[in-house]
Design a protein around this ligand. Structure first.
Ligand SMILES: Nc1ncnc2c1ncn2[C@@H]1O[C@H](COP(=O)(O)OP(=O)(O)O)[C@@H](O)[C@H]1O
Ligand SMILES: O=C(CO)[C@@H](O)[C@@H](O)COP(=O)(O)O
Length: 558
């Protein structure tokens, strides 16, 4: 039998990556990364140069097409296979990354009439300017006793579809009216390959409050937010919502030519990046927490029942693996915090020393921080540089570092930041445990476990759990490829379900990170201090972070 392949394309925050995967055992024959030409648009709009307000984060839809046109042919070329041997393609995406499109499915930002309005562009997952709308959604939903709230830990996020769509209505009603639909970028990108927009149940479930039996929040609820929103679910979010692994359609001849694949190749419905990683590390049963660790960290867990968990991002039936409730929690910035420190705050001597030693700044800081004992820096940080996603679900919280002195060194600050993110993860694990879900094992994937061993050891020590690490460097893309193989089906040489695909294709490394008892004891003490700060600044005892933000906004508008 000839070897068959699937392609997975992972659309991240800064770039898109394609991997070509052998279906028999999941080995990766080739990979290719295309950085987004327009990066994250958070300062000025392309073309017009219009200055964006604080907390905005946009993307350019053409960058996604460029990934398909560059990275897909590149992996086929590099592997030397016949494109006809690629039987399926799946994609995963950041989410909720959404855009308004016209009747033809064209992004409104491509229309010269709307291009100058930032609301016509793709709102990236980390666009946090819809917090006011999210607050109102949560107040009104709580007052009305809306059942869906419990599935989202009691709060819908400003990152999600309803808040973002409502922000468009509030600030740009002409864009809202001109939008025929609001779509996840994942679904839009799939539609560019197949010619039809279909929605995937994962993005809809986690990010647009859609439920398999109940659908979207009711007309009455949406109307209570704003009468002009009453019809939104039926109109602007309309369309089939299909389960993961379903074939969304087949590759059109035009896109086949542009991507160097055969027309008719099965294209899977889109998926959320973090979620695609779960079967790709072989997790298809409860009790095993998967952490997708990159710019942000997402924590995914399967459960046999639907349980209310404090500050959860969401629980969706069949949302990750069919047959289970998929739970998601997360931290809105992790790698992004380390990037902030390296890019904005390390002294020049560190960059020079790193250069002299042939290391990048992260590597230099990791090496120096590894020489410190747990607790030795005397520092403690709160990991809220991009707000708190779980368990406080509040984008208006900000970061802090406590314990600085005249003797504090950059590697100590770096280590404190690594530790802060591990404490944030421990808080999430404890919320799952308190809610009655088992967390017996930890699995890590994404860019960070490959880049920073100290970080992984700290996570093992802080959580007091062994961590298994994905064998693939591109786990989410591997997961997307697995769903592509499922969309193709066993008759074509793929698989009939994600559990079968995982059994054949998923891999973790032999080496694991085990907790070191002496460090566990120190981190128990530091975590207790972290929790005091967490509750003091995060639960209303002292809203100084919000007051500072208000003063800043006032000053900025003067
Ligand atoms: N050696 C390192 N240690 C810790 N963080 C790192 C290191 N190198 C890069 N990073 C961070 O990793 C993040 C990118 O993670 P990655 O998984 O590759 O991307 P994405 O989250 O976009 O999929 C960036 O935020 C960057 O700051
Ligand atoms: O919110 C989710 C998943 O629910 C992610 O898409 C978002 O955190 C972005 O993830 P990355 O860190 O860019 O991989």
């Amino acid at each position: 039998m000839t070897q068959k392949y699937a392609i997975g394309v992972d659309f991240g925050t800064e770039s898109g990556r394609a991997v070509l995967v052998r279906l028999s055992d999941g080995t990766e024959a080739a990979e290719h990364v295309t950085p987004y030409r327009h990066h994250v648009i958070d300062e000025r709009l392309p073309e017009t140069g219009l200055k964006l307000e604080h907390d905005w984060a946009l993307q350019h839809p053409r960058d996604y097409i460029e990934v398909l046109e560059r990275s897909v042919p590149a992996v086929v070329r590099a592997s030397g296979i016949d494109p006809a041997e690629v039987i399926g393609l799946g994609i995963d995406f950041t989410a909720c990354t959404m855009l308004p499109v016209d009747k033809a499915g064209r992004p409104l930002c491509f229309d010269p009439a709307f291009q100058a309005n930032p609301h016509s562009w793709v709102k990236l997952w980390k666009h946090h300017a819809a917090q006011a709308e999210a607050d109102r959604i949560n107040e009104i939903a709580a007052a009305r006793g809306e059942r869906f709230l419990a599935r989202y830990g009691g709060k819908l996020s400003s990152e999600w579809m309803l808040a973002k769509a409502w922000q468009i209505l509030n600030e740009a009603p002409d864009i809202y009216d001109a939008a025929d639909q609001f779509v996840e970028a994942a679904d839009w990108t799939v539609a560019q390959m197949t010619g039809v927009i279909v929605r995937n149940s994962c993005s809809a479930g986690y990010k647009a409050a859609w439920h398999r039996q109940e659908g979207y929040p009711s007309r009455e609820f949406l109307g209570a937010l704003d009468p002009r929103l009453a019809d939104m679910a039926a109109t602007k979010l309309r369309g089939d919502v299909l389960p993961l692994g379903t074939k969304a359609g087949e590759l059109t001849p035009d896109m086949a030519a542009r991507m160097g694949l055969a027309a008719g190749t099965a294209i899977a419905v889109g998926n959320v990046d973090a979620h695609a990683a779960v079967p790709a590390v072989g997790v298809v049963t409860p009790g095993r927490l998967v952490m997708t660790m990159g710019t942000s960290v997402c924590h995914m867990l399967l459960g046999a029942e639907e349980k209310p968990i404090e500050g959860l991002c969401g629980v969706v039936e069949d949302g990750i693996v069919p047959g289970y409730y998929g739970y998601e929690a997360g931290q809105a910035a992790v790698g992004d915090i380390f990037a902030w420190y390296v890019d904005e705050a390390v002294p020049a001597y560190v960059a020079e020393a790193a250069r002299d030693e042939g290391l990048n700044v992260h590597e230099w800081l990791e090496k120096r921080a590894s020489g410190l004992k747990a607790g030795e820096s005397g520092l403690l940080a709160l990991d809220w540089w991009n707000g708190n996603r779980s368990v406080l679900a509040d984008a208006n919280l900000t970061g802090t570092i406590l314990g600085l002195t005249l003797l504090t060194k950059p590697q100590e600050v770096y280590r404190a930041l690594l530790e802060a993110t591990a404490f944030g993860t421990r808080k999430i694990i404890e919320a799952f445990l308190r809610g009655g879900l088992a967390v017996d094992e930890l699995y890590a994937c994404g860019g960070l476990p490959q880049k920073n061993r100290l970080l992984m050891q700290i996570y093992a020590d802080v959580t007091n759990r062994e961590i298994k690490v994905a064998a693939s460097k591109q786990t989410t893309a591997l997961g997307a490829a697995m769903f592509g193989a499922v969309a193709a089906g066993a008759a074509k040489g793929g698989y009939d379900g994600i559990v079968d695909a995982a059994a054949a294709m998923a891999r973790v490394r032999e080496e694991t990170f085990r907790p070191i008892p002496a460090n566990v004891a120190v981190y128990d003490k530091l975590y207790a201090e972290y929790m005091l700060l967490h509750d003091y600044f995060g639960r209303g005892a002292n809203d100084v972070m919000k007051r500072l933000k208000a003063i800043k906004e006032e000053a900025g508008s003067r």
